[in-house]
Write a protein that binds this ligand. Structure first.
Ligand code: URA
Length: 215
């Protein structure tokens, strides 16, 4: 059994926070165990809770479209969430719920070792940059040791505000550029750049304009 399979088993049986009581299914995440690109959303919604799979509702359909726009499929990437169980009525996850669940996300990152992590929306962004706004930092790459963070608006934002759809498509095109661009020589050491997992240490790392070739 792979690390990811045992993590999924642990997640499916987890009762470490109150969300366990109201869930239909936990949603560990899915995709390639060798993914170089990982997307992290907020938490499962109604459809995801029903089926135990991430991003399969309307926001997920837009995510599929966004992936296709840069010639990627779900099977090329790994998709998961900050919390693995649906918050009732799709409310924001509570800090204690995200804290209780963070060990699973950290272990998934450790098992997959993606080169690029895309936090989708403000909740995922806050894992690394708790004091920054998604509107300001979106579509800008930041390196942390071996990992590049490339925060983007959550695809659901376009469902609430249609004007954001083209912005998100443009931002995804920039992600495509990042994935295709040649890798620069490493300029930061992990110690200089700060941690990839766990809570962020804001200010330890400055955004970098260099681009990395991922594939
Ligand atoms: N929104 C999320 O953040 N995650 C999902 O899995 C679905 C919708």
């Amino acid at each position: 059994m792979s690390d990811l399979d045992s993590l999924a088993q642990a997640i499916n049986g987890c009762v470490d926070c109150g969300l366990a009581r109201s869930r239909t299914h936990a949603v560990p995440g899915e995709g390639s165990p060798q993914a170089q690109l990982m997307f992290i959303g907020e938490g499962p919604g109604f459809n995801e809770d029903q089926q135990g799979r991430p991003f399969i509702g309307p926001a997920g359909q837009f995510l599929d479209e966004l992936l296709a726009s840069i010639s990627l499929a779900r099977s090329d990437v790994f998709i998961t969430n900050m919390v693995k169980c649906r918050p009732p009525n799709n409310r924001d996850p509570f800090p204690g719920e995200m804290e209780a669940c963070s060990k699973y996300l950290d272990a998934q990152i450790e098992a997959i070792k993606p080169k690029v992590i895309v936090p989708l929306g403000r909740h995922a962004l806050a894992k690394w940059f708790p004091n920054e706004s998604i509107g300001k930092v979106r579509a800008k790459a930041r390196r942390f040791g071996d990992i590049t963070l490339f925060p983007l608006y959550h695809p659901a934002a376009a469902l609430h505000n249609g004007a954001l759809r083209s912005t998100i498509l443009d931002d995804f095109a920039k992600l495509g550029d990042l994935l295709r661009a040649p890798a620069p020589p490493p300029e930061t050491t992990p110690a200089e750049a700060g941690p990839v997992q766990g809570q962020a240490h804001p200010g330890e790392s400055e955004p970098q304009s260099e681009q990395l070739s991922m594939f």
